[in-house]
Design a protein around this ligand. Structure first.
Ligand code: PMP
Length: 420
């Protein structure tokens, strides 16, 4: 009797299982992060270096998600290590300014034309909350409009979930559906403080938007007197100045996060000086503080991470990701598995179905993707449980070859199990 994918996972990861059952006693569900959990239990990772992670059972994994895009230069990236080592030596925090904040902010301002100033937070979620606060303060309105299956953070106002959260505060419209955005803005614009929008739907399943849609939403938001908050938390990895510079967008506010912290917790809101003057300590309209905002370690790491995310490296990741997509398509066909891949630059999302669904959270292939995720882990490939992959700048053609080899084994396991 051949062990199932599930049984193999359990047999390989007994140390992870043991720590999960301990953690479960003291942390609800054994996790503080839904995106870092999967059934029957997530791996406990011991360490990471370069493109690889090692779990506490001693298995090595090629990391294809890079902490959901934030480790854009891989794990323990030597320049980030060096910068943070130097920073940490001089303490990790004080209630005053540090020089790294200035340097990172200058880089963001230089790269992103619509960002004249930035305000730092500790997560993308916090930068969404802060953006909403700014929008409410300057418009005197309370509501927001965002894309169905969009993701801007773990807050009730932004949680669209699988069934939607359309309610008293949040209006939802279809991603890439300009007409729906326009209709809502025409009839409810007077109560909408801000339109939140990802240029590419990230957690929703790596969905690319048309330029006409993005520019159309910007125009409709402006006409309604609502702020356009462009969420570049993930998409900043797609171009030196983020997706907005590629698409010709000029948002009122830009949300940043992930890679701009060099692997440390971070978020930021960028915008014109006039708008961000709400925080001016001399003439304050919004009180905003945080013990760890712009802490020296995050700022030092982020400064290096952003500086080293150059245009050639961005192009390198995108080129390899296209090759990965093509290779995966061939493998699935060889195994007789249906596969469709949504893809943008250095990110992609797998669906074991003939076409990609509206979102990675509402899909007909849940059973297959769940099996594939565990099978991939069994063969040493680490990806998001929902099938998302995001490359890092240190990825090479040899790594892609290795990924394809391992994926082939995982897909064969899935195909065999489906035939049983
Ligand atoms: N916006 C987008 C587009 C994201 O992908 C995320 C994180 N997945 C967030 C906001 C929230 O960021 P954080 O997890 O740092 O709170």
């Amino acid at each position: 009797m051949v062990a199932s994918i599930y049984e193999t996972y359990q047999a390989r990861t007994t140390a992870s299982a043991a720590i999960h059952s301990r953690t479960q006693q003291v942390v609800p569900g054994g996790t503080s992060r839904q995106a870092g959990y999967w059934s029957p239990y997530p791996l406990t990772i011991d360490r990471g270096e370069g493109i690889y992670l090692w779990d506490i059972d001693g298995h090595r994994y090629l990391d294809l998600i890079n902490n959901y895009t934030s480790m854009v230069h891989g794990h323990a990236y030597p320049p980030v290590l060096e910068a943070t080592k130097q920073a940490i030596k001089h303490s990790t925090g004080w209630a005053a300014a540090n020089k790294y904040q200035c340097s990172l902010a200058e880089q963001l301002v230089e790269r992103v034309p619509a960002t004249e100033q930035v305000r730092f937070t500790n997560s993308g979620t916090e930068s969404a909350a802060l953006s909403l606060n700014i929008a409410r303060t300057v418009t005197g309105r309370n509501k927001l409009l965002m894309a169905r299956y969009g993701y801007h953070g773990s807050l009730p106002e932004f949680e669209t979930g699988s069934s939607g959260n359309e309610g008293p505060i949040t209006y939802l419209a279809g991603f890439n559906n300009l007409e729906e955005f326009e209709t809502i803005l025409e009839s409810h614009g007077h109560e909408i403080a801000a339109v939140f929008l990802e240029p590419v739907l990230g957690s929703g399943g790596v969905k690319t938007a048309s330029k006409a849609f993005l520019l159309g939403v910007e125009k409709a938001a402006r006409k309604a007197g609502a702020l356009l908050v462009l969420d570049e938390v993930l998409t900043f990895r797609f171009a030196p100045g983020g997706s907005q510079t590629e698409q010709g967008l000029k948002p009122d506010l830009t949300m940043f996060g992930k890679l701009i912290g060099g692997g440390f917790p971070v978020g930021a809101v960028g915008g014109e000086k006039g708008l961000l003057s709400v925080f001016d300590p001399v003439d304050m309209r919004i009180f905003h503080t945080g013990t760890f905002n712009a802490n020296p370690v995050t700022m030092a790491a982020g400064d290096v991470s952003v500086r080293e995310l150059t245009a050639p490296r961005i192009a390198h990741m995108a080129k390899l990701c296209s090759k990965l997509r093509d290779g995966l398509t061939v493998l699935a066909a060889d195994c007789g598995l249906p596969l469709s891949i949504s893809h943008h630059e250095s990110c992609l999302n797998l669906y074991f179905s003939d076409s990609a669904p509206e979102s990675s959270t509402v899909r007909e292939d849940q059973e297959i993707i769940t099996r594939f995720h565990l099978a991939a882990l069994n063969h040493g490939l680490f990806l998001a449980p929902r099938g998302m992959m995001a490359l890092s700048t240190i990825t090479t053609q040899e790594h892609i070859d290795e990924v394809l080899e391992l994926t082939s084994l995982a897909m064969k396991d899935v195909a065999t199990e489906l035939q049983r």
